[in-house]
Ligand binder design. Sequence first.
Ligand SMILES: C[S@@+](CC[C@H](N)C(=O)[O-])C[C@H]1O[C@@H](n2cnc3c(N)ncnc32)[C@H](O)[C@@H]1O
Ligand code: SF4
Length: 310
Amino acid sequence: MTGLPTPQGRSNSFDYVPFRAVDGFVLDPACCTARGLGLAGASSSRVVICRLGGRFVLARTGTGDFDDAEIRHVVHGCGQLYRDVSGKPSIDDFARDVVQLVRSDACRGCPDLPTCCGCHEPAPRSYFLEDEAWLRSFIAALAGDVLDVGLGQVPYLADAGAAIQEGVLRLRGIDPDPAAARAAGALGVPVHVGEVETFDAPAGSFDHAVAIRSLNHFRDPGRALAVLAHVLRPGGTLTLIESLALPLVRTRRQAELSHQTAAGGFQHLRNWDSTPVLALLADLPFQVTRHRPIGPDTCDQWIVQARRRA
Ligand SMILES: C[S@@+](CC[C@H](N)C(=O)[O-])C[C@H]1O[C@@H](n2cnc3c(N)ncnc32)[C@H](O)[C@@H]1O
Ligand code: SF4
C-alpha cells in the first residue's frame, strides 16, 4: 500500500574460525611465509592471517550469506576484522565484546597486498570508542528541533539531557518498533511510531536530523532521505552513521552457538557502506559537509554529514 519494497533481512556478520597455527611465520614483505602458503596471490579473504597472543593463526570463513567479493570488500578493502572476546553467543556491547584486528604494519607497504589476504593484529587503540566520544560531543552540542530517526533505546539521550532541560534542544524520534517507541516515550522523548519513509511533517520543521545505525534497516533509503530533505529547513543538517557487515574471528563453538540463537533474527536489510548513500544524496538538495568512510584505521562504521541546501 505504501509502495515500499518488502523487507528481506540480511545477515550482518560472518565468522572466521581459526583452523591452523603457523609456527615460525615470518611477516616480512621481503620473505613472507604467506607466499609459501599460497595466501599472497589468492585475491581472496576467505582465509586470513591473524597474529593473536604472539602466534600466527590462519582463520577461515565458510559463510554462504556473503559472496567472495563482499567478503573481500569488507575485510580487505575496508580493513575490517574483529575478534569475539565476549564468550557469549551474540555481540551486544561492541566496546567490550570485540577486539578490532587491523592490518599489520608490515603488510601496509607490501607489494603483494593487493592480492594477499594480509595479516591482522589487535588495533593499537579503540577506533570505536573514538567514534563514540565524537558522537557524544556532537549530540551534546545539538540545539533546536532535532529528529532522531530510528532512535531505538535512545542510547545517547544522557548526552542531550542538559540541552533538553534548558529548553535549547527539542528532541523527537521516529521508530516503527512499538517497544522502542514506548521506551523512548517513557524517557520523555515524543516518538512517531512508523517508518521514516512515510513520515509526514511540515516542510522545514526540523533544524537537524540524525540516523544512528538505522539506515541499513530502512526499507527504502532513497525515499527516507527524500523525506528528511523535506522536513529539514534550508541550512539544517543531516548526520548519518551506519555500520558494515561485521567479520568476527571466533571459536567453532561460539560460531555454532551464534548461528543457533540468530536463526531468523536478521538485523539489517542491507550492509551498505557510504558509497550508495553519497549517490542518493547527490540527487537531493543536500551538500555533503563531512564524509568519513570506513578504512583500515577506523571502526566498522561510516559517517556522512550534509547540509540541506536552500
Ligand atoms: C540498530 S537500531 C539503532 C538504534 C539507535 N539509533 C542506536 O544507535 O542504538 C535501528 C533502529 O532503526 C529502527 N528502524 C528500522 N526501520 C526503520 C524505518 N524505516 N524508519 C525509522 N526507523 C527504523 C529500528 O526499529 C531500530 O530501533
Ligand atoms: S601483505 Fe602481509 S601477509 Fe601478505 S605477503 Fe605481504 S607482508 Fe606477507
